[in-house]
Design a protein around this ligand. Structure first.
Ligand code: PNS
Length: 172
């Protein structure tokens, strides 16, 4: 039986920390679905399609043959339903510094309450990305700060473009 894992997140946008989890996760499972999911607590900067395209582009350009076992998808409903409908027995999440723990623990327990057939597996984020969070990256980029090295180059370009568009909207 194939082991299918789903790696859900807002990915607004994908960071090098996410990419690290994808690269390591794909080695552990037969198939990895990177899922742009809906987090009602986070207003998004990029559209779902833009986020999917960025993830797809990064996987295609930065991962070798292993990229062939990765699927990028999006979903606006309950994660556990998506996992079950797609025969994914694993939810993969990255764990950064202590601040992530409580939220991740609650989410894993809630998902486990809804289905005991789906296990949440955590990978410790690589030490270089311990403090890399999309929110911080967006805040820095919105004020013109450099986020080079924290996100793939293609994503950095998209961030610059997005904030330039926003500034234009304000000026008009
Ligand atoms: O990258 P994020 O924002 O920390 O990811 C959180 C996400 C999108 C995985 C989470 O909000 C989610 O699972 N959303 C889908 C709705 C759902 O199933 N919520 C969990 C109920 S506990």
């Amino acid at each position: 039986m194939k082991t299918i894992a789903v790696y859900p997140g807002s990915f607004d946008p994908i960071t090098n920390g996410h990419l690290d989890i994808i690269e390591r996760g794909v080695k552990m499972f037969d198939e990895l679905i990177v899922l742009v999911a809906f987090n009602p607590k986070k207003p998004a900067l990029f559209t779902v399609t833009e986020r999917q395209e960025m993830i797809h582009g990064v996987i295609t350009s930065q991962l070798g043959a292993e990229g062939g076992r990765i699927r990028v998808d999006s979903y606006s409903g309950l994660l556990i339903n998506y996992a079950q409908d797609n025969n994914a027995g694993i939810i993969l999440r990255g764990l950064r510094a202590v601040s992530d723990f409580e939220y991740e623990f609650q989410m894993a327990l809630m998902n486990r309450k809804m289905s005991r057939e789906v296990e949440t597996v955590f990978l410790m984020t690589g030490y270089k990305w311990f403090y890399t969070a999309s929110n911080m990256i967006k805040e820095a980029a919105s004020f013109g700060g450099s986020v080079s090295g924290l996100v793939p180059e293609s994503v950095e370009k998209e961030l610059l473009k997005k904030y330039a568009e926003k500034r234009e909207d304000v000026c008009l």
